[in-house]
Write a protein that binds this ligand. Structure first.
Ligand code: ATP
Ligand code: MG
Length: 665
């Protein structure tokens, strides 16, 4: 099999590099869930009632009487008066409507174990566990913390909570014991579901040990349920207040738990942000608006149909997994794939092996993963038949055009649209992206706001910027999937997201604008390019430089796979740019490449952005969603003590980088 030959690379470079607009493939458009661009006008004219299209995707116990209640901004409410149950919508109605034997979850363990849960299977286990949770005393509105890796019991526990009206708070399994404790304390959560351990690159990790350590930091009593994932591989002991998941489920085998009818505005779950920019925030999502919005975006952006096998290769411990592994796809009754392990175990073709094995129709992943695939080379995807793929998606950070084109060509074979979806934990679902059967794609730019979404790029005064200019991203209209508040902290909710661009003393909803804290540009077709966090700005001799722009220039240099830049104190300039660079596997880190990187930045932005140092490193500190934790690199560059590393996916890496800096690499 041919490696990434020079010819191949040259051809890709030449043909694709020159192209900046891509039309959706004809074959895709013909079958797309949305193929008519009239939807934009329709939604604009019929706002907010247009969102009844989303509400129509779920079954209501009681119909709602108001689409949007905007009488108390920014506490917007959607589909008020209605009631529903999320677990019923993800399970019972599919079982009742002839889909009971369709696979709901297709799970693959890291070591290659397979588990298929049909809708019927999932229904049975969710009911049994819901009954088990009630045995422990869980009632409606009690927050249940779920600290679990990518095993089927995680979505099962989520749906069991939803069934009895208990909001869940999922804590990413990679987070530290301390991160677990802070979140359980903040949410007054008296219940924890966890597991003994899981596999990571073939090693059995002791997760229970970490959970126990976390529990020692919790200031109240907790009932714990432990899933036995590893069997004999890892023995664990159930102490006081601990219960075996298997026993609870067996005890209630065959039980039907009546789904608790929840008010549309009742909390479905709580999710703490990862704290890339500051202290974690407890984002509150509700049942009616969130579920409708997750289902609508899954259907219309990811083009999911019930007969598809759809795979979002994210972690459920991140909002992306909540909306697009669990709630969106299951509400639509499709098959959702779940994979426990890492993409490079046992080999770097694991994802492509799974795409081929399960004949995956849509693949949704993050730019950080795509950049790793690029770094590893085309040999790995080339080993597999990826022809089942119909659509590709990305989320989590801006995708640089080179990575976009690589994904489009080497994974999508140039016949899958790529949706670059901008959204946040707080937005509940996608906000800015092309509709894959409608809009042309422009690599690097997420696209226009979705129909009905009032995203705008404005200047400091709140006025729209001219095309091509950079400004601040804002959202001037509420939407069903929006967060309702920060848990028990309405004041911080207003301060974090609204104060900047709203008249906070006004009762007029039009005076309220949501501020996601991202910088962006808009072009003359209304396409928005998200530039990154507004606070990720480096001030060199009074010039404000966006980290994202400099990183994009560095990643455009051949041989560079990934880059992070930060500003560190500088006596003369105020701040100086420092770059941390991961090279592609076949590139040599060293002075020659360093020179090309510095030149690349000077050419793209100017000498003012010239990096003071370029450090080569095998890894960068990342959050659960693959975002670089720049604040830690700032600490390294300044020679300061490292701040909180408890929410890093790879906590050891910071010290490695520190060592590389000290060694002068
Ligand atoms: P924090 O704790 O700092 O809020 P987080 O990990 O919770 O971090 P998320 O809600 O997962 O953050 O990420 C939202 C952010 O990710 C957006 O505000 C934006 O900066 C970035 N982002 C997500 N998708 C895209 C995209 N397609 N293009 C550009 N940026 C994106
Ligand atoms: Mg955020």
């Amino acid at each position: 099999m041919a490696d990434d030959t020079d010819d191949d690379a040259v051809e890709l470079e030449a043909r694709l590099a020159a192209q900046d607009t891509f039309e959706p493939p004809e074959s895709f458009v013909e079958q797309a869930n949305v193929a008519d661009d009239g939807i934009y006008d329709e939604f604009a004219e019929d706002w907010p009632d247009c969102w009844e299209d989303a509400a129509a995707l779920v079954d209501w116990d009681e119909p709602y009487d108001t689409v949007l209640d905007d009488s108390n901004p920014p506490f917007f409410e959607w589909f008020t008066g209605g009631s529903l149950n999320a677990s019923y919508n993800c399970l019972d109605r599919h079982v009742e409507n002839g889909a009971k034997n369709r696979a709901a979850i297709q799970w693959e363990g890291e070591l290659g174990e397979e588990r298929t849960y049909t809708y019927q299977d999932l229904y049975r286990e969710v009911n049994a566990f819901a009954a088990g949770l009630r045995d422990l005393g869980v009632e409606a509105d009690d927050v249940v913390t779920l600290y679990m890796p990518m095993i089927p019991e995680l979505p099962i526990a989520m749906l069991a909570c939803a069934r009895i009206g208990a909001p869940h708070s999922v804590v990413f399994a990679g987070f530290s014991a301390n991160a677990l404790a802070t979140r359980m304390n903040a949410a007054d959560s008296e219940y924890l579901v966890t597991c003994d351990g899981y596999y990571r690159r073939g090693d059995a990790l002791n997760h229970k040990g970490k959970a126990d350590e976390g529990l020692r930091g919790v200031d109240h009593d907790v009932e714990t349920v432990v899933v036995d994932r590893l069997g004999d591989e890892l023995t664990h002991f159930l102490g006081d207040h601990a219960h075996d998941y298997g026993e609870l489920v067996d005890r209630h085998e065959g039980t039907h738990v009546e789904p608790v009818s929840r008010d549309a505005e009742d909390m479905l779950f709580l999710m703490y942000t990862s704290g890339t920019t500051g202290e974690p925030k407890g984002v509150k999502h509700t049942t009616g608006g969130y579920l409708s919005y997750a289902a609508w975006t899954t259907q219309n952006v990811l083009d999911v149909k019930p007969e598809d096998t759809y795979w979002c290769a994210a972690d459920i411990g991140w909002i992306t997994g909540h909306s697009y592994i669990v709630y969106g796809p299951l509400a639509l009754g499709t098959t959702t794939v779940m994979y426990e392990g890492t993409p490079d175990y046992p080999e770097r073709d694991r994802l492509w092996e799974l795409v081929e094995k399960y004949r995956v129709d849509q693949l949704y992943t993050a730019p950080t993963a795509i950049r790793s695939f690029m770094k590893w080379g085309t040999e790995y995807p080339n080993r597999h038949d990826l022809s089942s793929l119909r659509l590709l998606g990305t989320v989590g950070e801006p995708i640089n055009p080179r990575a976009w084109k690589w994904y489009y060509k080497h994974i999508g074979n140039e016949d899958c649209p790529v949706v670059d979806t901008w959204w946040q934990t707080e937005t509940g679902g996608m906000m800015i992206t092309t509709l894959p059967g409608v809009g042309d794609m422009k690599p690097g730019s997420a696209g226009p706001p979705l129909p009905g979404i009032g995203a705008e790029v404005v200047d400091v005064a709140g006025d729209p910027v001219d095309e091509g200019n950079a400004g601040y991203l804002t959202v001037n209209k509420p939407w069903p999937g929006m967060l309702r508040t920060l848990y028990k902290n309405d004041e911080r909710f207003i301060d974090e997201y609204w104060r900047e661009y709203s008249d906070v003393d006004s009762d007029d909803p039009d005076d309220w604008t949501y501020f996601p804290e991202d910088g962006a540009k808009i072009d003359d077709d209304g396409y928005i390019t998200v530039l990154g966090r507004v606070d990720d700005v480096i001030n060199v001799s009074g010039h404000r430089l966006g980290t994202m722009e400099i990183e994009s220039a560095i990643v455009g240099v051949e041989g560079v796979a990934e880059a992070a830049v930060v500003g560190a104190d500088h006596d003369v300039k105020g701040e100086a740019v420092h770059a941390y660079v991961i090279t592609e596997d076949d590139a040599t880190p060293g002075d020659a490449l360093r020179e090309r990187i510095i030149q690349g930045v000077e050419d793209a932005i100017g000498p003012i952005a010239r990096p003071e140092s370029v450090v080569f490193t095998p890894e960068l500190p990342k959050t659960r969603s693959g975002k670089i934790m720049r604040r830690l690199l700032v600490d390294v560059a300044n020679g300061d003590d490292l701040g909180d590393t408890s929410t890093l996916r790879n906590p050891d890496v910071v010290e490695d980088i520190q060592a590389a800096v000290d060694a002068g690499d």
